[in-house]
Design a protein around this ligand. Sequence first.
Ligand code: GDP
Ligand code: MG
Length: 177
Amino acid sequence: MEEGEAGEQYLFKIVIIGDSAVGKSNLLSRYARNEFNLHSKATIGVEFQTQSVVIDGKEVKAQIWDTAGQERFRAVTSAYYRGAVGALVVYDISRRTTFDSVPRWLQELETHSDTTVVKMLVGNKCDLDNIRNISVEEGKSLAEAEGLFFIETSALDSTNVKKAFEIVIREIYNNVS
Ligand code: GDP
Ligand code: MG
């Protein structure tokens, strides 16, 4: 943290994790650029995007990391997690296997993190309600059991995307300020 002319500066690293194709890259592109890609390639991805929000009149920057597809090979490196103070753990509400993977992702996060991490469980693709496989209640109860925030989102129609990131950013801010 540095003291600049505009006052205190905050920079928080947030990681997005979860199985391949749950919508991690699209959640980030929707939040940071208001873009969605139907045919996004798992291998194409940037390291991170920085997004600013103002809280209590202070500029808070979130540096949000995307995996660039390594999760397919179960090879998300420790560098990815290093210094993270927030995490979005994403599953796809239409695919049970991605929900079943959540405890494994939480374990991996725990193994690699050196500090308290604000965690949000994200049930993405809530626009696919007609082929839903995981109920809202099930998502909520897993989140409660694991001590996570919970939200359902759609990167496709934008539902709750901003909210998901900003709840995490705000909570991190509350913890450090
Ligand atoms: P990642 O592998 O977790 O980064 O997933 P991507 O962001 O690449 O998305 C995988 C696929 O799911 C792509 O075809 C996206 O268009 C699609 N997708 C992502 N988010 C949503 C969503 O909210 N709703 C729907 N219907 N499709 C989505
Ligand atoms: Mg991706």
